[in-house]
Design a binder for this molecule. Structure first.
Ligand code: 1QQ
Length: 412
């Protein structure tokens, strides 16, 4: 009897370990990460690579997709539309089940239709312009739109200086995101009863902003709002200060990175930027993410890393759900992509950026936003983002007109 039990147990062990080896040897499930690893846009994309890499390791350590590992297929989009289109085509040909990318809305409007056509789900990790989820059925985003996020920074500026009356607005007219964001900023300025001074335009490739600044400084603005990307935006901030502007500065999402510090240096100090993520958000998964990020980078994680992590997480959790309900081994690649898209839109996720879900169109539903202010150290080279406001929204499914609290609450 005892002997039979031992044989039975050893048999069980053999079967179990065979199962485990099978899971380990199983074909990985590929997820494309198509973001800017080169060009000026890499100032933003670099942070996305780090966030995605952390997610890849983290979810594989947790067992991947029911024992099947995920493989992140990285493809550089560089900073323009052609680069994004190429990267999308490459990862689609490599058999990814979905794509996290691209970095810019400007690139998304060009590359997302390629994925839509191929029936490959896209999770936009940082595309915040109006109209991104509407590109197609396969396009969703984990990056809350500027329409919801950006106004918070203008309200925070008014909390700091209630005497603001005249507002200078600058935007990069060759960029879809900047054009969308400035629309929101301008509406906010007007809705708050402030005076909108003649709007100044530039290109994301510009390095000299003397003309725009000398146009506006004689009108005595007491708030300057900038919608551009990191290099141009950082240079504009620096030149505004060099030419004598002393008021508050609101930077848009394109300046939302510590990579602007070397550009505007000591002049970055005080820039207000609205956030869709706070490292101090308390949850198990954010603590895990924050700890891994901190250990690697020796600083707190930024929004773009958290959103890229979230993009990978959404794919992983939707794949697990699809495997549990339908069985991934019963589906070919095309079916997997289509059903993954349907599944991901139907779930709720507990992520580093908070609890999120999606509208049927693929718009993110997210509850909490923040405003941070840059504080530069005395060396004029290093600094950090200090959180100055937390804003709870009543963003319901299908209701993109969030109603933020009238006043921002201090701290986070
Ligand atoms: C967009 C953005 C960029 C500034 C993120 C990198 O928000 O292009 O939509």
């Amino acid at each position: 009897m005892k002997r039979q039990l031992v044989i039975l147990l050893s048999l069980l062990l053999v079967i179990l370990s065979a199962g485990l080896t099978m899971a380990q040897d199983a074909e990985p499930i590929k997820i494309g990460i198509a973001v800017a690893q080169t060009s000026n846009v890499a100032l933003l994309g670099q942070e996305q690579v780090i966030g995605a890499e952390i997610a890849g390791e983290y979810f594989n350590e947790l067992g991947g997709i029911n024992g099947r590992p995920i493989e992140l297929v990285f493809q550089d989009t560089a900073g323009d539309e052609a680069g994004a289109i190429n990267a999308f085509q490459t990862v689609i040909a490599e058999g990814v089940v979905g794509i996290v990318g691209p970095t810019l809305s400007q690139q998304a409007f060009a590359a997302d239709p390629i994925a839509e056509q191929a029936g490959v789900p896209v999770l936009a990790p940082s595309n915040t312009a109006r109209g991104i989820p509407e590109i197609g059925d396969y396009i969703a985003r984990v990056s809350a739109p500027v329409a919801i996020v950006a106004p918070n920074s203008v309200r925070a500026a008014l909390d700091i200086n209630p005497d603001i009356t005249r507002v200078a607005v600058f935007f990069a007219q060759n960029d879809a995101f900047a054009t969308s964001e400035t629309g929101t900023f301008q509406e906010t300025v007007t809705a708050l009863g402030l005076e909108l001074l003649p709007v100044q335009t530039f290109q994301t490739t510009d390095t000299d902003f003397t003309t725009q600044i000398t146009n506006i400084l004689p009108l005595n603005p007491d708030l300057a709002i900038i919608s551009g990307l990191a290099a141009d935006g950082g240079n504009l901030v620096r030149q505004l200060r060099e030419l004598g502007y002393e008021g508050l500065i609101v930077g848009g999402n394109g300046l939302n990175t510590a990579n602007v510090f070397p550009v505007c240096q000591a002049f970055c100090d005080g820039i207000l930027i609205a956030q869709a993520y706070s490292y101090s958000y308390e949850s198990e998964i954010n603590t895990a993410f924050r700890d891994i990020y901190f250990e690697q980078q020796e600083k707190e994680p930024p929004q773009f890393s958290a959103q890229a992590f979230t993009g990978v997480q959404v794919f992983v959790e939707a794949l697990i759900e699809l495997d549990n309900t339908v069985g991934l081994d019963t589906l070919d690649l095309a079916q997997t992509r289509t059903q993954l898209n349907e599944t991901l839109l139907s779930l709720t996720y507990d992520t580093p950026i908070g609890e999120i879900s999606f509208t049927p169109e693929g718009e993110i539903v997210q509850g909490t936003f923040y405003v941070a202010q840059i504080e530069m150290n005395d060396d004029g080279q290093t600094g950090r983002f200090i959180f100055v406001a937390t804003i709870e929204t009543e963003m319901e499914e299908g209701d993109m007109e969030a109603t933020p609290d009238a006043t921002a609450t201090p701290g986070s």
